[in-house]
Design a protein around this ligand. Structure first.
Ligand code: DON
Length: 569
């Protein structure tokens, strides 16, 4: 009974239990903390914790809730990664439920589609060929079955309620819809071919106002089926039939066998260290762990805390140089290591980092060989959440359908929006992906392969206890955002609020430009220019959710850049 009334209790609990804080996007509590990019999802997760569920139970409830409240970022048509620290076992687990290229996929498939008349990057970014076999349902339920204590019906229940009875959309939802309307208006044919997003979410251009209700009855029915029958309800039977029929109607290649064969993979997490902290990181097919470890290893060789105190430009310069090395190696070496080897150990070694740090000069030392500008697509895909429970168990998980509303293609009768994760492969010989990222042959498309990701769920341990969980959204800016929030907390000794709010720099080696997420102070901009950096005028950001244990208290932050709120008790 208690669990069935979870939503109502949740709201009252928020009022009564969690101490108010000066920022709405910060929460402080004693027992459990959930930080997501959606207030509804955070409250649902917190109520699971408060009612006796563990961090994995809360993660399952949160993930299905996000599928309803952040349908442009994540959902059952997407994929992701999760790290779990089990405090009882003192052991970390990594789950990979990244989407998979269908069996009929080939390295040349997107070049061929272009030769057949689909222009630019469209084949890998919009429509049926862009869709890889989704992994969220398999991944979530695999983790729930292994580590959870509640039934899936109890945990999917709140999401069903949100989809069936509706919830009030927030400003972030409205902002993303506005961006995608512009895309439809530039490509009016898609209003007919990609109807579900156009009609249900964008309301044919008459976009909802913040605070208006959104009801998703088709999605509610899909969630009900999964709650009743588990992952088979998604990967087999009428839902699988409908996915395949959508593919066939729109020229896609996903088959019944591709869906039936999908498996989440339990992998060994990556372990690294940084100034007395143990880092638990996501291995390939995410590049997040390797890139973060490499950048932090480089920065461990400089007095970044002293730089920050003396001269913030110098500190930012060091961060930029470390990112350039990490992203250059990402482009050169990384891909799905089930399909080829990558020198992971070397990239993460302290001696390699020392040699790179030794090259770091007072001015920008490495020109990328072609200086150019890339206009990134509007991207609001991806949703990261961080959870700590009263037993010290921790989850850091990032899910995505890639760019806003994914491929824009949906399985209408199930309200299922399909990802465009195929664009995370190196799809074309002559152009980077939606985030301006270039790749080696290691990330070429191949049947059954998982595209390289920047998603960076991260758990930080100190003295044998999990003290921090963080991660973010924003494509490659996930890596730079997570790096800077972590440095802000560990080296710059900022409050959680300041560490998350801080203006962030991003550099991904190519294009050779520094990106800011908001207008930088002129002194910082000028100082970086003097050190030889090219500054982009594009303002692009990552969105970070953090939970942290310090002294006997838990604190959580949901990045104000997306309008989420954490919830604790
Ligand atoms: O896996 C990746 O790296 C991308 N598909 C993530 C996309 C993303 O974060 C979109 N964000 N706003």
């Amino acid at each position: 009974m208690m669990r069935r009334t979870i939503l109502i209790v949740g709201v009252l609990g928020m009022l009564a239990g969690c101490q108010p804080s000066h920022s709405e996007w910060i929460a402080i509590a004693q027992n459990g903390m959930v930080a997501t990019d959606s207030q509804d999802a955070s409250e649902i997760g917190m109520e699971v914790l408060r009612s006796g569920g563990n961090a994995i139970d809360a993660a399952t409830a949160v993930s299905f809730a996000l599928a309803v409240t952040r349908p442009y970022s994540t959902g059952l048509g997407g994929g992701g990664f999760a790290l779990y620290y089990d405090a009882g076992e003192k052991k970390s687990y990594a789950y990979d439920f990244r989407e998979v290229a269908p069996a009929a996929a080939t390295a040349a498939m997107f070049e061929v589609a272009r030769a057949e008349g689909r222009p630019g990057s469209e084949p890998s970014q919009r429509g049926a060929l862009a869709v890889a076999v989704p992994g969220v349902v398999a991944g979530r339920l695999a983790m729930q079955e292994r580590f959870g204590t509640w039934s899936r019906a109890e945990l999917i229940g709140p999401a069903i309620g949100l989809a069936r009875d509706g919830f009030d959309v927030d400003e972030d939802y409205v902002r993303r819809c506005r961006q995608v309307v512009k895309y439809y208006n530039r490509n009016p044919r898609m209003k007919l071919t990609h109807r579900y997003v156009w009609q249900r979410h964008l309301r044919e251009g008459k976009i909802r106002k913040p605070g208006s209700p959104l009801v998703q009855p088709q999605l509610a029915r899909l969630l009900e089926l999964i709650a009743r029958d588990g992952a088979d309800a998604f990967y087999q039977g009428p839902v699988a039939d409908a996915i395949v029929a959508t593919m066939q109607e729109h020229g896609g290649i996903i088959t019944r066998e591709d869906l039936a064969n999908y498996r989440a993979i339990q992998r060994e997490p990556i372990h690294s260290t940084y100034r007395g902290h143990d880092l638990v990181l996501m291995p390939p097919p995410s590049s997040g762990g390797v890139c973060l470890a490499e950048a932090l290893n480089i920065l461990e060789n400089v007095d970044i805390a002293g730089m920050w105190r003396r001269d913030r430009v110098e500190a930012r310069h060091a961060i930029i140089e470390a990112l350039k090395h990490a992203f250059a190696d990402r482009a050169r070496y990384l891909g799905d290591t089930d399909f080829g080897s990558a020198p992971i150990e070397q990239l993460m070694s302290k001696t390699y980092a020392l040699s790179l740090a030794a090259e770091m000069g007072p001015t920008s030392s490495h020109e990328s060989d072609d200086y150019g500008t890339v206009q990134f697509v509007e991207d609001a895909g991806t949703s990261h959440f961080s959870i700590m429970d009263r037993w010290g168990n921790v989850v850091a998980s990032t899910e995505t359908i890639n760019t806003s509303f994914g491929s824009l293609l949906a399985v209408d009768e199930w309200g299922l929006i399909l990802n465009n994760e195929m664009d995370d492969f190196g799809a074309y010989r002559d152009r980077p992906n939606a985030y301006g990222l270039e790749h080696s042959a290691g990330n070429a498309v191949a049947a059954g392969k998982r595209p390289l990701s920047s998603m960076s769920p991260t758990i930080v341990l100190k003295d044998g206890q999990a003290v921090m969980a963080l991660g973010g959204a924003g494509g490659p800016r996930i890596i730079s955002s997570v790096l800077q929030v972590f440095l802000g907390l560990v080296d710059f000794e900022l409050s959680l609020e300041d560490a998350v709010d801080l203006v962030r720099v991003h550099h991904q080696w190519k294009p050779n430009e520094v990106f800011f997420d908001k207008n930088p102070p002129e002194k910082l901009a000028e100082g970086l220019r003097r050190r030889g950096h090219y500054l982009s005028s594009q303002r692009k950001t990552g969105v970070v959710q953090v939970v942290r244990r310090s002294r006997s208290q838990l604190s959580g932050a949901s990045d104000p850049r997306k309008g989420g709120k954490p919830a604790g008790y």
